[in-house]
Design a protein around this ligand. Sequence first.
Ligand code: CA
Length: 227
Amino acid sequence: MTTTTRILIVEDEPDIVFSLREDLHRQGYETSVSRDGDDAIRRGTAERWDLILLDVMLPGASGFDVCAAIRRAGVRTPIIMLTARTREDDKEHGLDAGADDYVTKPFSLRELRARIRAQLRREERAPERTLTFGECELDVDRAELRRAGAPVDLTAQEFRILQVFVRRAGHVLSREQLIDAAWGPGMAITDRAVDTHVFNLRRKIEADPADPRVILSVRGLGYRFEA
Ligand code: CA
């Protein structure tokens, strides 16, 4: 059975909307358009999308705020930011808000198509949606963690780190690899900040955080997740 890939276009400039829609339809995608930030937050969290294209400069909430709000709601749909700016900190800001990728305007449709395909492929490769380890059960789609049946509160960042661990279970991950995967390549996150997040995660998922059995420390190398 094939299902249509649904893309939400969040963009207020009619010309760009027009060319994006036309091109994406030609690629066989189904699209819907949201023209302001507040509407995008509503639709991005309430409806199910395969991918979201998100402009930064919008009426209402900015693209960064939209992205952060969608992630806070636990939605992990791939988000590609469309930014008119080229400043490095805007790119960081976007990735920090939880975007998966970004393209700088003016972008070529061909480049954007490639970025879209890359994000959709990544989603297809994603492992099973419910994962169990120790006494925990992680529902990846809903960003929900239960421990012995009781819901556990995770921050968005803790959830992302946990996802990385789960996907690479059994492998040693350096702090740098964790930063690349959970924050975004080249993000200025200190090793100490990574350790703090891991410390907090352990308190939430380990039976005895002082004697971790799920997230193990590998001296001099990093961490290893044991499912
Ligand atoms: Ca705009």
